[in-house]
Design a protein around this ligand. Structure first.
Ligand SMILES: Nc1ncnc2c1ncn2[C@@H]1O[C@H](COP(=O)(O)OP(=O)(O)O)[C@@H](O)[C@H]1O
Ligand SMILES: [Mg+2]
Length: 277
């Protein structure tokens, strides 16, 4: 039976459509292809997982969308956000999109945050840069944003520097910053990998809340099947630069079609599928 994609709409384009994306690095021995004709979609309000072992090309796929690949990388194919084609956009236009309609939450929040800037200003900075919001208003908005990601006592915490925040709090601050401009698409690359299980569960709950309340689309990259089962509507399985299979999360977990997916599931024996309701 064909898989049903609940979020797909006949009358609107997907939030993100990647078609035949190829990413290559040139080596002395010739080009090395690390992303091989990847096609994927993220629809409005949909949480899409990309799963695969380390080195399978997940991050390169995400960075292609953000146009943040290493300089030596060569790309082909197409990436559309709404109906705007990203690969050919001038850098300046791309800079305006980034953080505005498209936000990135990296794995390592601590490294992504500026250690010398107080949290309040940092979370409010996208508003200052993209919307010319005055500092005082941006900081006031940062308080609301931090509250919305469940940082306690945000009026006080905005004065902290990142090192005064725990790992989980830093990741929330990153998410708050990513939400400042209410982007259509949030790309999260292993955002909970560095967190302990309890904090990870809180961050996942928070992402679902954001999707439910703001109808944000989320592309969630992970090597963790448990996280996918918990969070995602639709999953792409990536192996050696290719998508080997995709489908609704329940079907992927209960009736995988690809050998690699089956091996991946077999390697995680404690995992149980989400109950279909
Ligand atoms: N700057 C680079 N030059 C050459 N190869 C790279 C570079 N960056 C990443 N790669 C290779 O691209 C492949 C895919 O990497 P990546 O997308 O980071 O994998 P994943 O995120 O799935 O772990 C890996 O084999 C990696 O070694
Ligand atoms: Mg990666």
């Amino acid at each position: 039976m064909a898989d049903q994609r609940r979020h797909a709409r006949p009358d609107t384009p997907p939030t993100l459509r990647i078609s035949d994306l190829v990413v290559e690095f040139s080596k002395r021995s010739g080009p090395v292809r690390v992303v091989d004709k990847v096609s994927l979609e993220v629809w409005p309000s949909e949480i899409v997982g990309v799963i695969g072992e380390s080195g399978s090309g997940k991050t390169m796929t995400a960075l292609s969308t953000l146009r943040m690949l290493p300089k030596q990388a060569r790309t082909s194919g197409s990436i559309e956000l709404g109906q705007r084609s990203l690969l050919g956009l001038p850098e300046e236009a791309m800079r305006r999109l980034r953080g505005d309609r498209l936000s990135f939450i990296p794995q390592d929040a601590m490294r992504a945050l500026n250690p010398t800037m107080r949290i309040g200003r940092q979370v409010g900075e996208p508003l200052m840069l993209h919307r010319r919001t005055p500092l005082r208003d941006a900081i006031r908005r940062a308080v609301d944003l931090l509250r919305s990601v469940h940082v306690r006592d945000p009026e006080r915490r905005i004065h902290d520097y990142p090192h005064g925040f725990s790992g989980g709090m830093q990741q929330r601050a990153m998410i708050a910053m990513g939400l400042a401009l209410e982007p259509e698409l949030l790309i999260a690359d292993e955002p909970t990998t560095a967190l302990d299980v309890t904090v990870q569960a809180q961050v996942l709950r928070l992402l679902k809340e954001i999707r439910d309340e703001k109808a944000t689309s989320i592309l969630f990259i992970t090597h963790d099947l448990g996280v996918v089962a918990e969070l995602c509507d639709w999953v792409y399985v990536m192996y050696r630069g290719r998508i080997v299979e995709d489908g609704p999360v329940e079907r992927i977990f209960t009736a995988p079609r690809d050998d690699y997916t089956r091996a991946l599931l077999a390697a995680t024996p404690t995992l149980f599928p989400r109950q279909a309701s």
